[in-house]
Each structure stands twice: as structure tokens, then as C-alpha cells.
Write a new protein. Structure first.
Lengths: 341, 665
């Protein structure tokens, strides 16, 4: 299977699992809501009965915003003007690439979301690998079955990503960038250096990312238990299928860029009043929904590529296809010359 | 190196360089000595002097790019402007502020940034050393051996930014002497907007500079981290020798250029009635010219030295300079020099946003979207300093607010007139990629006058404290922001026509002088015909903060009438007259005037209709109010709805952040 077909398969498999798209969207919303409610309380308390609220409703009131930030502590300090509209996307991506530490007040939510997503990813990949509805029992059964291995894989990933962001990122984008541009007097030159270093760092980061992606897929699809074993297997897979894996990654990343640009154009320059303000917020949620779909389609396309590229029959037994048997088992069964009874 | 010293050359020939001035090509490397020229400089060349010309300089300096050194020879023609006899001379040696980490400048910088300059290499530091000092006369006395460093501000024995020499022959009041100084300097990697990076030089505060003798003695401060400069007016006749092909921009106008041996070229600049001289050189500058013309103001030739990557921003620089010359000229008085040089500094040079007589550095970025006032903001500000600093030459060591504050206020006014709307913006990905938030317009009162910066520093220092004694971390807020805000408040309190007359009178009365704060206050009282001492006592002589608010607001129905009660409260310690306004449900407005003195005051009315809103200072006269939100109250509060709207905007950000971190799983 080529990366183009895997990409299309991914889009299709994700589209055929709307409950997973909706479920993960709701999950993200539920994780974010408690903090949002807390922030709303802070903002409401600061407004009190003030007429400043009227100005804030009829557009962005920078004067009030500065005043709010001057007294804000904790969670309130994250409510900065650059979270508005597409600025939020740029801020988050830029902070990730530039290794800006996560605000401690939202770190708990992020950690919780990552753990829950790790739990769900077993069921999600299982669903996409089977490419058929697995129902709640099947979905959550797969989640539970693979969670221990995925936790171990998560700990391994934490170590590797920790090294990447603690050591490699500063080495490349702070130390090396500083050295290369020490006497640079042309901003364009420095920008090119920065872009080049982003690319170098990005290649390493994406390579690590895709290895852990395929390790996750191998855990689920091949019912592996060893995080290290599945990671090594993923390394082998990525190495043997480097061209297809990278092309697929680029296709998925390109689609994300397109969606982000559409969102940027949609909400550009907007801090409107009245109904338009609520429509812009709705556009934000549509964007978030689209990102969930893209993330799931990414999972699905990688799973499809893996399944299309690796023949399991040669080295995997063929037990009865009854959950919690692995999707590989089911694939083999489907590929068998005679239907199983 | 004494390479710039020499003799007149009778065998120089003149040739034309396309698009440039006549070039005098000289075969041997010999130049007219500074001394000979200083003797012929006594008479002004352009009519009646604008300034007292107490300290005039004739300087020859040569730049050695490979070593980052300057070798100079200067003759100072100094007239004792004080009523006392001078028994010694004091000179600034600013470059020694960056000689090592023990200088007062560096010690003060480390108060707020302990890691500052710790990564500097030996060649990144600076120095300036006087190799010869003579008082010229019948028997020129070499006084080099008698030089001693002094630290009049803090007694720091390691600080070498002020040097004193006792005089054998005291200089009586009104008398003139000539001092010849030879010196060498090492140009640092930029500190305080002077230095070198690559082949870009911005050279300021670079030569031994005499202090200002006042009736109370020498005013010659050490170089401090949070302050700038102070010096007397004079005539500057400067020859700068740099590699051939390098563009030079400097205070004044270029009179001629002379090729000298070794691949160097001497650029001769001249300027009368200024109190400093700065210059820049680089082979990379792109030079552009334009003219400022106005029906009632004198024309000004504008020269722009741009970085090649900013050539498409040429007109933005000229437009901002034009706006400054126009509005400052109309509001305060004309720019008298006829020429101005705008320098667009190289990236990472750290030289941007600084003013020098007839020349200033702006500052922009390669990606500079419209709707954001970069480069306009800094260009207007630094061009504006030609008026507040260049012409009205206040003591920046002691009263920096008098130029920076007045100029910040004026800049915000020009931006409001000429460059609105402008918007909040942020830069991402290493600070390279800008994004403009066109839904977040910036207004003069909160952005240009910098309320946020003031709010956080309001109590840090009393403005009347000498600026060099301000806490370094917040000196800028007290100097720039607070002044601009109290001037803007005064504008709203008195009306712009009155304040404009105050400022124009002050400008014209103190042009080419060194006014002190009381001079400004006296003019304000005189022109406004009010005693504003109560105000200046608070904003200048005190560190009071202002915060008025609505403490209680009720409108109760009783017998088909409504009894409305408003309690206005003074939360801060500053006092300012207030208007308290209640708006009824039928749109009627009731205003009360309150002197703002008591801690609280109750206002009551009875009407057939109830009240809707109450406001203290509804027209936002008091821009120094650090908490505006509590200034109003509504009986149909919209806070919960607004909080929902904005917290939902934040929700999208948080969801996006979760998904961004979702990259890892």
C-alpha cells in the first residue's frame, strides 16, 4: 500500500467512526471545561457590575484586559490577548517548538488528557485496524487490554521526548542558533538559520514521533505486550518503509496546515460583537472538531499503511477471531482461503 | 595610533563620485590637525548662533575595523558658563562603563539581571583612554599625568566614566579655554546602543566629553544603567576616517570627503548648536533622500540609511519622520537644522531607538505588517527627541522625564493623529513571525501612554528623585509612562489648546537651554492661569497612586419614584477632582462634581425613573487611575455574559493546546 492510498484510507476510516470523533471531541471539552469555568469565575469577579463588561461584549477591550492581567494570578495569567482566534494556534505551536514551558496551571489538565488519550488510543487504533464498528464493549475492551503496554510505552516516550526537549531542542535552537547568528546583522539570514534548525529539530522530533506512533500501532494491531519490543519493531518498520512513512506524515501535516489556514482566514481580525462573536466561537469549536478528525485520520492512515505494508501471516498464528484477539488475527482470518467457523 | 594627525595638503585633487559629494583625493595620508581647524572655527558660519556654544569640538577620528578601535584627537573650545571660577575640568569617558563588570553601569544592570554580560568575550568589552591632555595657550601644559578618575555619584572606585584634572590656571566665569585631547577607544559589541556587530557600527558617547559647569559646580555624572546624558551646546567639526566604500551617517551634514592612503576615506561633518555628536558606518547601508515641506515650517532634508532588507519600508520611515516634524513643529516650534538623518540599525545591533542631534536610530523588522506601528512608533519618538532633548536640552541624568516623558506623550499624540488604527500584535517562532490581532485596536490612552507599564511601577520611585537614583528595573516606567500619563491627564483636565500653549511656550522659552523641572511647572501655572502645584506635588514630588471607584450603587422604587444612591470612593492616596455621573433608564444623565478629597462621598437623587448606570470620571480624564474597571457600575451587569464570551475564547485556546500536546500520544 502506498502512502497516498493509506492517507485516503485514513480519512475514510476516521470518517466512518463518527462516534470516536465525537467522543474524543467531548473528552477534550470535558477536560478543558473545569478550568474554563474557573477562569470564567475570575473574569466575572473582575468585571463585577462594571460597565467594562459592556465594552468587552462589544469587542475586545484592551484597556480592561491589561487591567485584568495586572491583578491576575495562577490560571488568570494564561488569559492573554494572544489566545484570541488564530493567535491561539500560533501561540501553542510556537511555544511547543520553542520549548516554552507549559503554564503550571494548565499542566494538570494536559497531563490528564494525555493519560486518558493513551487509554483510549488502544480502542481507537483497534477500531481503525479492524475498520468496522467494534461497539462499546469491543472498544473499551481493547482500551483496557492495551493500556498497560501503552502506559509502559508512554513512559518510554516520556524519557525520549524529555531528552529531545531538555537536551536536543536547547542545543539546536538556543545554543547552536545563538552561535550561528552571533554576528548576523541581517534578520533574513537569521530567519533562514532558524528555519533550517527548525527543520533539523523537526526531522528528529517527527522521527521519534512516528516511531512511537508505529510502536503504538504494533502494540494494538499485533497484540504486543512489550513497549521496548514494539518500539524496536517500529524502528524496523520505519526504517524499511522510510519513504512511505515520511510521505504519509507530510500528507497528514499538509492537511493540518490547510485546516489551520482555513481557520485563520475564517477568524482573522475578529473580535466582533453580538451574534458574530458567538459565531466566531462556534468556528473555533468547529476547528477543534476538525483537529480531532485530523488526529484520528492520522492514526487511521498510519494503521492502514502498517497493515498494508506488513504481512502478518508469515509469523503470526491464527487463533479464533474472538475479542480480545488482535486485529492482526482478524486480518489473517479475513485473508484466509476459507472462512473460519 | 596617531594616523589622523598631519598637515594641510596642497596637492589634493578634487574628483566627482556619482551621486555623491565632491571627493578630495589625497596622495599621502596626512590630514589637517584638529588644532589648526579649531582655531579657524571661532566664528559661526551661518548667522546668529542659536545656542550659547559653550563647548565646541573639533575632532579627527579613525576607525580600525580589524581591531574595533577608534583613535581620536580633539580640541574642545570651552567657555565657562557658570558664575564661578573653574579650578578643574571634568570629562565623561562613557565607554569605560563597559570596561569591566565593576563599573557603576554594570553593577546597576546586574541589580535586575544578574547574568547580564556574563557571556561576553574579551573583545566585546569597551574602553577609552586619554593618552594626552593639554590646555592650549601660550605655554601648552601637558596635564595627562594629573588626570584622576572620580565617582561623584556613588564613590565606586572601579568606575572610570568620569575623569577630573585640576587646572594650573583657573578659568574665570565667561572665559574661554581650549583643551586638546588625544585618546584611543575600543568599540564594544553593542552596549546601550553604541558598538559594533559584524561590519555595522553605531558610535555614540565615543569621545572624551566635557561636563556641564553650573553655579553649583560640575554636573558630570557617572554613566548609569538607567539614564542618558547631559552636555552643553556647541559646534561640532568632525572628520571620520573609515574604510573606502563604507557609508557614513552622522550628526550634521557632510561637507566633504577625502580619500587617504591605505584604502580609507575621511568624511567631514559639521554641525552648529548641538550638544552631542554620533555617527554610524557600514558598507551595507542603502541611502535614500526625501524632503519635508510644510506651509509654515522650514523645509528639512531627510536622509535615510536603510538596511537592504528593509528597502520596501522606505516610505514608512519618511512618513513617520514627516509626521513628527510636522506635528511637533506645529504644536511646539519649528525644527531649525534643515536636515535630519534617519538610521535604520542592523539586526541584532542593539542600536535602535536612540536619539542624537540631527540623527536618530529607528528600528524595524524584516516582516513589519501594516496596522502595527513598527517602524512608525519608534521613528516618531526618536525624531521627536530632536525637540525634547535636542533643542530643549534637559539633564537626562537627573530629570530624564523632562525629555522622555514629554516626548512619549507627544509621540502618542502623533500616532493618534497619523497612524491609527493600529493593533495589538505578537511575534511567534523565535520572534520572527508576526501576527496582527485586528480585533484588538490599541488606543492612545492605554497603549501610547503605556498605562500597563505605569500601573506596575506606580509606587517604585518618586519622580522628583534624580533619575540616576531610580530603581533600574522600573526607571523607564516612572520616566516615560508616568509622565506621559500625567501630561495626557493634564491635557484632558485643561484642554489641549491650553496644554499646547503651555508646551509651546516652554519649548520656545527654553530652546537651546537647560531647563529644570520648576521651569516647566512655572510655565504651566503661568499659561494655564491656574496654580497646578497640587497636581505636580502628587505626580512629580510624590508617588501617590490614583484609584477612584463606585463603591455602592442602588436605585430603589418608593411610592412610584426611585431613590438612587451612589457612593463614590477614593481607593488610592492620590486626589483629583472627579465627575460622578448617573444615567437613568430614560437616558437622562445627572452629573455631580466632586473634589475627590474625601475617602468616599454619597450622591442621591429622586426621580420618576430608576437609574441604569453610575460612573466616576466617566470621560476618563484621570488616565493615571490604575483601576478603571471599578469606575463604573450597572444595575443590569453584563459581567457574567462577557465572562462567558471571553472564557469560551480561552476554551478554544486550551482545547487547541491539548491537541497540540496530543502530538505526543
Amino acid at each position: 500500500m502506498g502512502p497516498g492510498l493509506a492517507f485516503r484510507q485514513g480519512l475514510r476510516r476516521a470518517a466512518r467512526a463518527p462516534s470516536i470523533v465525537a467522543g474524543t471531541f467531548v473528552l477534550t471539552l470535558l477536560v478543558a471545561l473545569p478550568l474554563t469555568i474557573a477562569l470564567r469565575g475570575m473574569i466575572a469577579a473582575h468585571f463585577g457590575a462594571s460597565r467594562a463588561a459592556e465594552a468587552a461584549l462589544s469587542g475586545a477591550d484592551y484597556s480592561w484586559w491589561q487591567e485584568f492581567l495586572a491583578q491576575a494570578t495562577g490560571l488568570g495569567t494564561t488569559f492573554v490577548p494572544s489566545i484570541v482566534g488564530f493567535g491561539a494556534v500560533l501561540l501553542n505551536l510556537s511555544n511547543l517548538l520553542d520549548n516554552v514551558p507549559l503554564a503550571t496551571t494548565v499542566a494538570g489538565a494536559v497531563a490528564a488528557w494525555l493519560v486518558i488519550w493513551s487509554f483510549l488510543s488502544g480502542g481507537i487504533i483497534d477500531r481503525f485496524a479492524r475498520d468496522r464498528p467494534t461497539r462499546s464493549a469491543g472498544f473499551f475492551g481493547a482500551c483496557g487490554a492495551h493500556f498497560p503496554a501503552l502506559v509502559r510505552l508512554g513512559l518510554l516516550a516520556l524519557l525520549v521526548y524529555g531528552a529531545v526537549f531538555r537536551w536536543l531542542q536547547p542545543s539546536i535552537l538556543t545554543t547552536l542558533y545563538g552561535r550561528l547568528t552571533l554576528n548576523e546583522t541581517v534578520e533574513q539570514g537569521a530567519f533562514l538559520v532558524r528555519v533550517l534548525l527548525y527543520v533539523i529539530f523537526g526531522i528528529v522530533l517527527l522521527a521519534v514521533n512516528m516511531i512511537f506512533d508505529y510502536a503504538r500501532i504494533r502494540i494494538v494491531v499485533e497484540d504486543r505486550r512489550s513497549a521496548i519490543g514494539s518500539t524496536l519493531a517500529a524502528v524496523r518498520f520505519v526504517r524499511r518503509n522510510a519513504g512511505a512513512v515520511w510521505r504519509l506524515y507530510v500528507l497528514n501535516a499538509g492537511l493540518f496546515v490547510v485546516v489551520a489556514l482555513v481557520y485563520a482566514v475564517t477568524v482573522r481580525g475578529s473580535s466582533p460583537a453580538g451574534l458574530a462573536a458567538w459565531l466566531i466561537l462556534a468556528a473555533g469549536e468547529v476547528y477543534i472538531l476538525a483537529r480531532h478528525y485530523l488526529k484520528l485520520a492520522f492514526y487511521a492512515s498510519e494503521t492502514a499503511l502498517f497493515q498494508g505494508r506488513l504481512a502478518h501471516a508469515g509469523y503470526t498464528a491464527a487463533p479464533p477471531v474472538v475479542w480480545p484477539d488482535s486485529p492482526a488475527v482478524e486480518s489473517i482470518a479475513n485473508a484466509a482461503p476459507e472462512p473460519r467457523r | 595610533m596617531k594616523a589622523i594627525r598631519g598637515l594641510y595638503l596642497p596637492w589634493c585633487r578634487i574628483r566627482r563620485v556619482p551621486g555623491r559629494l565632491a571627493v578630495i583625493v589625497c596622495v599621502p595620508f596626512l590630514l589637517q590637525p584638529a588644532l589648526a581647524r579649531a582655531q579657524s572655527q571661532a566664528a559661526p558660519s551661518s548667522g546668529r548662533p542659536l545656542s550659547p556654544r559653550n563647548a565646541s569640538y573639533t575632532i579627527d577620528a579613525r576607525l580600525d575595523h580589524s581591531r574595533h578601535t577608534l583613535t581620536g584627537n580633539e580640541v574642545i573650545t570651552w567657555r565657562n558658563p557658570a558664575s564661578r571660577t573653574a579650578t578643574s575640568l571634568q570629562f565623561h569617558l562613557y565607554y569605560n562603563a563597559w570596561r569591566d563588570e565593576r563599573s557603576t553601569f554594570m553593577r546597576e544592570r546586574r541589580l535586575t539581571n544578574p547574568q547580564d554580560a556574563t557571556d561576553r568575550r574579551p573583545d566585546d568589552w569597551a574602553s577609552i583612554d586619554i593618552t594626552s591632555l593639554k590646555v592650549l595657550g601660550n605655554a601648552a601644559a601637558d596635564m595627562t599625568a594629573r588626570l584622576r578618575y572620580i565617582a561623584p555619584d556613588d564613590g565606586n572606585r572601579d568606575d572610570k566614566t568620569v575623569v577630573e584634572v585640576p587646572l594650573d590656571s583657573p578659568v574665570p566665569a565667561g572665559s574661554t579655554i581650549r583643551i586638546q585631547i588625544e585618546w584611543t577607544a575600543h568599540v564594544p559589541r553593542t552596549f546601550a546602543r553604541t558598538g559594533v556587530i559584524g561590519n555595522y557600527y553605531f558610535i555614540a558617547q565615543w569621545f572624551p566629553k566635557i561636563g556641564v559647569l553650573q553655579d553649583t559646580g560640575w554636573n558630570c555624572h557617572q554613566f548609569h544603567a538607567a539614564t542618558e546624558f547631559f552636555s552643553d551646546f556647541g559646534v561640532y567639526d568632525v572628520r571620520l576616517t573609515v574604510p573606502i566604500g563604507w557609508v557614513v551617517g552622522a550628526t550634521g551634514v557632510e561637507k566633504d570627503v577625502t580619500d587617504v592612503e591605505g584604502g580609507y576615506r575621511t568624511h567631514h561633518y559639521y554641525q552648529e548648536d548641538v550638544h552631542d555628536f554620533a555617527w554610524t558606518t557600514s558598507p551595507d547601508y542603502v541611502e535614500r533622500h526625501a524632503k519635508f515641506e510644510h506651509p509654515t515650517l522650514p523645509p528639512v532634508d531627510m536622509r535615510l540609511l536603510l538596511q537592504p532588507e528593509h528597502v520596501e519600508q522606505e516610505e514608512r520611515h519618511f512618513a513617520a519622520t514627516r509626521a513628527a516634524l510636522r506635528y511637533y513643529g506645529e504644536w511646539y516650534g519649528p525644527y531649525p537644522y534643515g536636515h535630519i538623518t534617519v538610521v535604520d540599525p542592523a539586526w541584532q545591533s542593539g542600536a535602535g531607538g536612540m536619539e542624537y542631534p540631527t540623527l536618530f536610530t529607528a528600528g524595524t523588522r524584516w516582516l513589519a505588517p501594516t496596522g502595527v506601528t513598527q517602524p512608525e512608533g519608534v521613528t516618531v519618538h526618536e525624531a521627536g527627541h530632536q525637540f525634547w532633548y535636542g533643542i530643549v536640552a534637559t539633564n537626562e541624568f537627573e530629570d530624564a522625564w523632562m525629555d522622555e516623558g514629554l516626548n512619549t506623550f507627544s509621540t502618542a499624540r502623533v500616532i493618534e493623529q497619523e497612524f491609527e488604527p493600529n493593533y495589538y500584535s505578537q511575534r511567534y517562532f523565535g520572534g520572527f513571525i508576526p501576527w496582527v490581532f485586528r480585533g484588538l485596536p490599541l488606543t492612545r490612552e492605554v497603549d501610547g501612554d503605556r498605562l500597563a507599564g505605569y500601573r506596575g511601577a506606580a509606587r517604585q520611585d518618586v519622580q522628583a528623585t534624580p533619575t540616576f537614583r531610580y530603581w533600574p528595573a522600573t526607571a523607564g516606567s516612572i520616566t516615560y509612562n508616568k509622565t506621559a500619563l500625567w501630561l495626557h491627564t493634564l491635557e484632558r483636565h485643561l484642554g489641549w489648546p491650553v496644554l499646547q500653549r503651555v508646551m509651546s511656550t516652554y519649548f520656545q522659552r527654553f530652546a537651546f537651554k537647560h531647563p529644570v523641572p520648576q521651569d516647566f511647572f512655572n510655565v504651566a501655572n503661568e499659561i494655564s492661569a491656574r496654580d497646578l502645584t497640587w497636581y505636580f506635588d502628587q505626580v512629580y514630588r510624590g508617588s501617590q497612586t490614583f484609584d477612584y471607584g463606585v463603591d455602592l450603587f442602588r436605585s430603589d422604587a418608593t411610592d412610584q419614584r426611585y431613590h438612587t444612591t451612589v457612593v463614590a470612593r477614593r481607593y488610592g492616596d492620590g486626589i483629583f477632582p472627579m465627575v460622578v455621573r448617573v444615567t437613568l433608564t430614560n437616558g437622562e444623565q445627572i452629573n455631580w462634581n466632586w473634589d475627590g478629597r474625601d475617602r468616599w462621598k454619597m450622591f442621591e437623587i429622586d426621580r420618576e425613573v430608576g437609574a441604569k448606570t453610575a460612573e466616576v470620571d466617566p470621560d476618563r480624564v484621570l488616565l493615571l487611575d490604575v483601576n478603571r474597571t471599578n469606575n463604573s457600575a450597572s444595575l443590569q451587569p453584563q459581567g457574567p455574559k462577557a465572562a462567558t464570551r471571553w472564557s469560551l475564547a480561552w476554551l478554544v485556546w486550551l482545547q487547541d493546546q491539548l491537541l497540540t500536546y496530543g502530538f505526543f500520544v
